[in-house]
Design a protein around this ligand. Structure first.
Ligand SMILES: [Mg+2]
Ligand SMILES: [Zn+2]
Length: 250
């Protein structure tokens, strides 16, 4: 088989930071305040083991507002890297928007700037990339970019986001809920799934990727790569150039 199965569907996962990977602290500026959410380390390790490269995409308007500096942000992200290292997880890249909501920039989620930058820098393919976040802006960012799978987690601001979007949430002991495909088709602002936390999101993503590799179709099998042909950034994936593959840590 060429390319390798685990590089054909889930090659990258974009992750919101606050409320998705770490506890959402108001304008976090102190590395000592970086705390992984329960299951986050294991979830990211599972995604990495499935062949996905991991990227942060984070709005950090506290910089533009003057609450903390870019150096503070990097210190917090370095601390996050240390904590993830304990799970054998390495983030391949980080993108952040330092601007405020009224700055009119092109990079504050849901604007596509961070996706476009990571895509171009790392050779990412929209259909083989997933997005996980806890706010409607994260979902819109992923859906508008034509990413293959977009997951809303219920940690952080996720419960409020689900209410805002009106999307059904997992019931009982279920870790994940997928909207009815017909409802999803009518709601370009909905995620492909709602997960209790990052660990549940990761397990669902790995399961979907594995099913896709095996050629298993299910009721929502066509929703993953939902971008119609002709939509920028949503074309089926071509194998990555070998020089790009070589330049990335595995
Ligand atoms: Mg968040
Ligand atoms: Zn920005």
């Amino acid at each position: 088989m060429n390319p390798a199965p685990n590089t054909t569907f889930l090659t990258a996962v974009l992750l919101d930071r606050d409320g998705t990977v770490i506890e959402d602290r108001h304008y976090l500026a102190d590395p000592e305040g970086v705390t992984l959410l329960p299951g986050a380390g294991q979830g990211l390790a599972a995604l990495a083991a499935a062949g996905a490269r991991l990227f942060l995409v984070t709005n950090q308007s506290g910089i533009g507002r003057g609450y903390f500096t870019e150096a503070d942000l990097h210190a917090c992200n370095d601390r996050l890297g240390e904590l993830l290292g304990e799970y054998g997880v390495t983030l391949t890249g980080t993108a952040f928007c330092p601007h405020g909501p009224d700055d009119g920039c092109a990079c504050r989620k849901p604007a596509p700037g961070m996706w476009l930058a990571l895509r171009d820098r790392h050779g990412l393919c929209a259909a083989a990339t997933a997005m996980v976040g806890d706010k409607p802006e994260d979902v819109a960012f992923g859906r508008d970019a034509g990413l293959g799978l977009v997951v809303l987690v219920l940690t952080g601001k996720g419960q409020a986001a689900a209410r805002t979007l009106g999307v059904p949430v997992p019931e009982g002991d279920a870790p994940v809920r997928e909207p009815d495909p017909a409802d999803l088709a009518a709601r370009p602002d909905w995620p492909h799934a709602v997960a209790r936390d990052l660990a549940a999101a990761a397990a669902w993503l790995v399961g979907r990727a594995t099913a896709r590799e095996r050629g298993v179709s299910n009721s929502s099998g066509s929703s993953g790569a939902s971008g119609a042909s002709g939509t920028p950034g949503s074309s089926p994936c071509a194998p990555l150039p070998t020089d790009l593959l070589r330049s990335e840590p595995s």
